[in-house]
Write a new protein. Structure first.
Ligand code: PMP
Length: 285
């Protein structure tokens, strides 16, 4: 399948889709992004992703050179052009090309890029049986340094944590915040269930406010599952009845072990399964 990659309103083949080596997105990780899913040719919660993108950009003082309305139309067009019925959409806004110094005010041409492609999910076996986690030594960004709510092009600490996980044989790793509380995983939010109560860390714990996380909280509400946002420690996860992760790529996936401690019965629990099924129905509505 030949791909049509969108850069600032124009389409290029995969080989021709290029940006400058002076782009500060490359030189400094100066930019923001979103990872979205298409189901049945329709982007799930596109508006919410775009609002988060605009807020990330606002937070780092980056003016996106288009409007939410225009970009919505462009993304839908890009998905259609690529005949992407089921897949993943990566939207990127870089600061643009500038000089070889930090000064972002010398970058006057931000690049808006949209790649619509297939997605590699976790193996089916992990959805059936749940995945194992370790706690990474690398913590989430300190909120007083750069807000973890900014989905920036600089994911280095999450990448360091991901490496720790992979070295330990885990596809995901738990990241704590600067207070030692549970924040989230390297690319997914985390939930636990204890005595039928669903719990997830609040935004103030230093997390990215996941679109999937919020959809799951809404679903729980509709399904009569009581939920709270609360500061959690690793002890809460070790002693939980169920644990699962949420993300645009992962959807809802059970976690059955943390740091070699079995969580609950060591298999996907009933509330995890219910929410996973409800989420799969929701995305196709
Ligand atoms: N946390 C982090 C650090 C992420 O990068 C992501 C997205 N990959 C998430 C959580 C999940 O967010 P969403 O549900 O919006 O994909």
């Amino acid at each position: 399948m030949s791909q049509h990659i969108y850069i600032n309103g124009e389409y290029f083949s995969k080989d021709d889709a290029k940006i400058s080596v002076y782009d500060h997105g490359l030189l400094y990780g100066d930019g923001v992004f979103e990872g979205m899913r298409a189901y049945g040719g329709k982007v799930f919660r596109l508006e919410q992703h775009l609002i988060r993108l605009w807020e990330s950009a606002l937070s780092i003082g980056l003016k996106i050179p288009t409007t939410i309305e225009a970009l919505t139309a462009d993304i839908n067009e890009c998905v259609e052009k690529n005949s992407l019925d089921e897949g993943y959409i990566r939207l990127i806004v870089t600061r643009g090309a500038g000089a070889l110094g930090l000064d972002p005010y010398k970058c006057d041409n931000p690049q808006v890029i949209c790649i619509a492609d297939k997605i590699t999910l976790y193996p089916d076996e992990l959805y059936q049986n749940g995945l194992e986690l370790i706690t990474a030594a690398t913590i989430r960004n300190h909120p007083a340094a750069l807000s973890p709510r900014v989905k920036s092009l600089n994911y280095l600490n999450n990448i360091m944590a991901k490496m720790e996980g992979l070295k330990a044989g885990c596809v995901e790793a738990l990241m704590l915040n600067h207070k030692g509380e549970v924040a989230e995983c390297t690319g997914d939010n985390i939930f636990i269930v204890k005595n039928d109560l669903l719990m997830t860390p609040p935004v103030e714990a230093g997390i990215l406010e996941g679109i999937t996380r919020n959809a799951v909280l809404e679903l729980a509400d509709e399904m009569g599952i009581e939920s709270i946002e609360a500061a959690l420690t690793r002890h809460d996860i070790y002693t939980a009845d169920e644990c699962f992760l949420t993300g645009s790529a992962a959807e809802v996936i059970a976690a059955v072990k943390l740091d070699d401690r079995q969580i609950g019965e060591g298999k996907p629990g009933p509330i995890t399964k219910q929410l996973n099924e409800a989420f799969r129905i929701l995305v196709r509505q």
